[in-house]
Design a protein. Sequence first.
Length: 112
Amino acid sequence: MSVSRFSEYRVMWLLVFFDLPTETKKDIRAYTLFRKNLIRDGFTMFQFSSYIRHCASMENAEVHKRRVRSFLPEFGKVGILCLTDKQFGSMELFFGQKPQPPSAPGQQLELF
């Protein structure tokens, strides 16, 4: 029996960036619904209008990309970016003047 280990080149991070209009009540409803759908699908806010999700594989990331595409709002701009765990881990974050370590990846659950 071979044991499959998670590789930092196989584990993916899915990033969704968006700039949606909020000029009318209809726009605000569409913006709110889009954010709520992202959160329901397991995304967490990274920065304003930037959400991230940890995915175990590229195949899993594709499933979530399709899901995000299914609830895209009618107006505005949305970008989806997929990064390997290795690429995501090399990100440098700065708050004010002090560098901060990147946030820890999602918790892994191992079943026997």
